[in-house]
Design a protein. Structure first.
Length: 87
């Protein structure tokens, strides 16, 4: 585990390090105003399992995840079941 201080490195350098970790199927921990979040490629089963292990969460329980934009959502969800005004 490595700890990088965004206040010392600056945002741009920290973002580059985080991006590289994620590209290598690693996991990053990031603070928000209310929680510490975990980020990783949940489409990679090993990364997903590792996130669940770090969280000490039962694999049968759901987790929340974020996507980049509506087009990413459209690639994952059958919009035929939803109202048309989501575009």
């Amino acid at each position: 585990m490595n700890i990088f201080d965004i206040n010392k490195l600056g945002f741009d350098e920290s973002a580059k390090i985080a991006e590289q970790i994620l590209k290598e199927n690693g996991i990053i921990v990031y603070p928000t105003d209310t929680i510490y979040g975990l980020a990783g490629n949940i489409f990679n089963e090993i990364v997903y399992d590792h996130i669940m292990m770090v969280k000490q969460r039962d694999l049968t329980k759901a987790i929340s995840w974020q996507i980049s934009d509506i087009s990413a959502l459209k690639s994952l969800v059958n919009f035929n079941l939803l109202p048309d005004n989501l575009d």
